[in-house]
Design a protein around this ligand. Structure first.
Ligand code: S0N
Length: 273
């Protein structure tokens, strides 16, 4: 593996957040618990995602787990209480759902670097990422119906879009575990590589995407989301269409005319066939 000089963006307690040549990397840092998340892990990830949205120098975001055992094993079962997972503030939360939405709506590619178990809510996390690249020791699966939970949102509907209805039902109803090779065969991951090549492969994919037009990638991501996210997906896509419209002379004319207290002259702009 190539040695890279990742620099820390911000210090947190349960994640690491660092940067290398346009790539922001969020690492769940709870290897003692196979990188299970608490509400506080998720709060930190949400904070890091907000940074990634605002930062002009971030082109791609990578999500991964610390060590060579697990990407993420889902919600921390030690703190599962009535109504959700109970963090430092004592309030039960399912805030991973907010993180899922942020990953899907971030107008930049998000890559899951799956370095071991991706289980339960940890599996859903990689599912909602735009791309998943896995090491050959990665293991995938849902456990909800075995441990008293389920994710009927993206964790079910988007999973079914990826692997098909029959396979998604198998994954959830039987709670089996699948190898990286099986995940590749069902289209659940984009590529499988030996563990010691995982970071190189992910950085290579990120660098390739950063050579592409960011606006084109942004519109493609939101268009693909909109296809299954209903009104919420259309709202995101339409917002980005508005962003593009604001960049045109035609839209500038409307604003200028208002400020100059005159009628806008939209007739001078082409009406494309
Ligand atoms: C990951 C597994 C398969 C790894 O097995 P392995 O390698 O044999 O290691 P273990 O010895 O089992 O684990 C090492 C230590 O880590 C602890 N640990 C592992 N996973 C968790 C976890 N999720 N929470 C807390 N601790 C964990 C082990 O206990 C062990 O500790 P020690 O050394 O003290 O014994 C295997 O560990 C495994 O199967 N883990 C559990 C996977 C699981 O069931 N996860 C939870 C699934 N549910 C969710 O994620 C819910 C997500 C959610 O928030 C949600 C979202 C949307 C809608 C609803 C929900 C909802 O919860 O209701």
């Amino acid at each position: 593996m190539t040695k890279r000089n990742w620099t820390t963006i911000k210090e947190y307690e349960e994640i690491r957040f660092d940067f290398f040549e346009g790539i922001a990397r969020i690492t769940i840092n709870r290897p003692r618990y196979r990188n299970a998340f608490t509400p506080d892990t998720i709060k930190e990830m949400i904070d890091a995602m907000h940074y990634c949205r605002e930062a002009d120098n971030v082109g791609v975001v990578v999500i991964t787990g610390e060590g060579d055992k697990a990407f993420c094993s889902g919600g921390d079962q030690n703190i599962k209480g009535h109504g959700g997972y109970i963090g430092k503030d004592g309030i039960p939360r399912l805030n991973v759902l907010d993180l899922q939405k942020l990953i899907r709506s971030l107008p930049k590619p998000v890559v899951a670097m799956v370095n071991g178990y991706a289980i339960g809510g940890g599996h859903v996390l990689h599912v909602v990422c735009d791309l998943s690249i896995a090491s050959d020791n990665a293991i995938f699966g849902q456990t909800g119906p075995k441990v008293g939970s389920f994710d009927g949102g993206f964790g079910s509907s988007y999973l079914a879009r990826i692997v098909g209805q029959k396979k998604a039902r198998e994954i959830w109803f039987l709670c089996r575990q699948y190898s990286a090779q099986e995940a590749l065969e069902m289209g659940l991951v984009n590529k499988v590589v030996p563990f010691d090549q995982l970071e190189d492969e992910v950085v290579d994919w990120c660098k390739t995407m950063m050579k592409r037009s960011p606006l084109a990638l942004r519109m493609l991501k939101l268009a693909m989301n909109a296809e299954l996210d209903g009104q919420a997906g259309l709202q995101e896509l339409a917002g980005n269409a508005t962003l593009l419209y604001y960049l045109t002379e035609e839209a500038q004319e409307g604003k200028r005319a208002f400020l100059e207290k005159r009628e806008p002259d939209f007739q001078k702009f082409p009406k494309f066939p």
